[in-house]
Design a protein around this ligand. Structure first.
Ligand SMILES: Nc1ncnc2c1ncn2[C@@H]1O[C@H](COP(=O)(O)OP(=O)(O)OP(=O)(O)O)[C@@H](O)[C@H]1O
Ligand SMILES: [Mg+2]
Length: 353
């Protein structure tokens, strides 16, 4: 799950989200990165339920369609995993050699993983050391979750060469685009349909990351329930469209805010965890960067800014990437930029120096 042996060349970042599939391919042009291909297609509701791909054929058809429609010839894919099958944690271990760490890691990791260790794929990265301790970032994902994602990709005739963690892909994307310095503490928030990935970074070091089971689909289902609407109607109202004719007029803002409160509460929990785990001298969060389709909810950035009293900005995954306006319609790009953060982060695995 951590960076190694991608074989570097030619890789498509494929973000299989619960509401849509996004694909990004990047290339190098001299010292710069450029966007080569981009695809984005919605999935029908209930295709992915509770993080599990229920309709493998639907997902693989969508993947295959994205590749054919955009004439993406690269078959190698980097995909991501997120949600409650994924555990990411910074752990402190006694000082030991690299070989000893490799041999004993799963034994040390066991107490941090709420699943049977035999059922998870485990990876780690050494993030720091002192004379007596090692700081290790652990990533674990249930093996059946990984198998499920790989299967959908293989069914589409593509080759899954890297399975990353969405929160790390987001981080990768942030590092490349923002070049943060140590001491700059930022919370990255990727608000999807079902999951919100939160990664709190100090410079380019992840201090605390977790996924919360909240996202855009919660707004939609509450609006559906409260106003008796269809999924499509609720989706368009959420995006700021007027209520359809025949629906009894009612203020929708309080309904929306109920869900935003849940979201803010999960964020607060994470900030509290962060505060409890950081070492002395580690600073408070200076900025929140929001990504994901859910971040486009009108007024959400302001809501979070007021709640946490820190600036909230929209994350730009293409900040340092050349995007040719003749090939990619600028209006369309502006519209879908928030959704592409994880896919760009995954695609970066193919162009890393
Ligand atoms: N303009 C908008 N206003 C409000 N919500 C929006 C807007 N555009 C998209 N969304 C919401 O964003 C969500 C989809 O975001 P995204 O594509 O990041 O999720 P996903 O990757 O499919 O899901 P997940 O990662 O949670 O499995 C949906 O709930 C959708 O309704
Ligand atoms: Mg997502």
């Amino acid at each position: 799950m951590f960076k190694r042996s991608s074989g570097k060349k030619n890789l498509v970042g494929l973000d299989i989200g619960s509401s849509s599939v996004k694909a990004v391919e990047l290339g190098r042009k001299g010292a710069n990165l450029q966007l080569l291909n981009l695809g984005f297609e919605n999935l029908q509701t209930d295709t992915i339920v509770d993080g599990q791909i229920m309709e493998l054929n639907n997902v693989s058809n969508v993947i295959a369609h994205i590749f054919s429609e955009h004439q993406i010839r690269t078959n190698r894919v980097a995909a991501g995993v997120s949600g409650h099958s994924v555990i990411v944690k910074n752990i402190v271990l006694p000082q030991m050699s690299t070989e000893e760490l490799q041999e004993s890691f799963s034994w040390h990791a066991e107490e941090h993983i709420p699943f049977d260790i035999a059922d998870v794929n485990l990876d780690y990265e050494l993030t720091g050391k002192s004379s007596e301790t090692l700081h290790v970032l652990m990533a674990a994902c249930k093996s059946d979750k990984i198998a499920n994602v790989k299967q959908a990709i293989q069914l589409a005739g593509k080759q899954p060469v890297i399975i990353d963690v969405d929160a790390f892909a987001l981080q990768n994307c942030y590092e490349m685009n923002y070049q943060p310095k140590a001491g700059e503490v930022v919370a990255l928030l990727n608000i999807g349909a079902a999951t919100m990935n939160i990664n709190i970074l100090n410079g380019s070091r992840s201090v605390f990351a977790r996924d919360a089971s909240v996202g855009g689909s919660q707004y939609t289902s509450l609006l559906q329930k409260e106003l008796g609407l269809s999924f499509e109607q609720a989706e368009s109202i959420k995006r700021g469209m007027p209520l359809p004719e025949g629906v009894e007029p009612r203020p929708i803002q309080p309904i929306i805010e109920t869900v935003s409160e849940t979201l803010a509460l999960e964020m607060k929990k994470t900030v509290d965890f962060y505060r409890a785990t950081v070492q002395d001298g580690e600073g408070s969060i200076q900025k929140i960067l929001i990504a994901g389709g859910g971040s486009k909810l009108p007024g959400l950035a302001e809501f979070l800014g007021n709640r946490f009293e820190i600036p909230v900005e929209v994350f730009d995954p293409f900040r340092q990437i050349e995007v040719d306006g003749r090939k990619f319609d600028p209006d369309y790009m502006r519209e879908i930029v928030p959704e592409m953060a994880v896919a760009v982060g995954l695609a970066l695995r193919g162009v890393e120096a």
